[in-house]
Design a protein. Structure first.
Length: 134
């Protein structure tokens, strides 16, 4: 059975900046498991901050194209996401607001949340399994 997996921003950073061993571990995971991948429009925003700080709009276009080619869908922040955000934030006030936004986006379509953020890997979110790539 195919699983839907949300990719946290750090996964794309590892890929684009070629950070090992995370990049290789992720590539091996992709080869061996039948997953459909998702991320969010918020991920795009996070990824592009440093690109624009470096005044590299060419990289912005490249990153967006690579992400669109790889994921099944880029989840938009809409009313349903906002409601999940409020519920998650109310239940888990210690999780940072950006992380709650990622979780809320993931809850729209995914069963697995792929990250290497230690703070998130230890969270128990109903309907979402946290998973690292090491």
């Amino acid at each position: 059975m195919v699983k839907n997996v949300y990719l946290d921003t750090n996964i794309f950073i590892y890929l684009f900046e070629e950070i090992e061993p995370y990049k290789t571990n992720f590539i091996n995971l992709v080869k061996n498991i039948d997953y459909r991948y998702y991320t969010s429009s918020f991920t795009l925003g996070e990824l592009l901050v440093n690109v624009f700080k470096q005044n590299r709009p060419d990289l912005a276009s490249l990153y967006i194209r690579k992400i669109k080619d790889f994921v099944e869908d880029i989840i938009a922040i809409d009313e349903s996401t906002s409601i999940d955000y409020a519920k998650t934030r109310a239940s888990f006030p210690k999780i940072s607001k950006p992380d709650v936004l990622h979780i809320s986006c993931a809850l729209q379509k995914c069963e697995i949340f792929l990250t290497n953020d230690e703070r998130l890997l230890n969270c128990v979110i109903p309907g979402l399994k946290m998973k690292g790539i090491l």
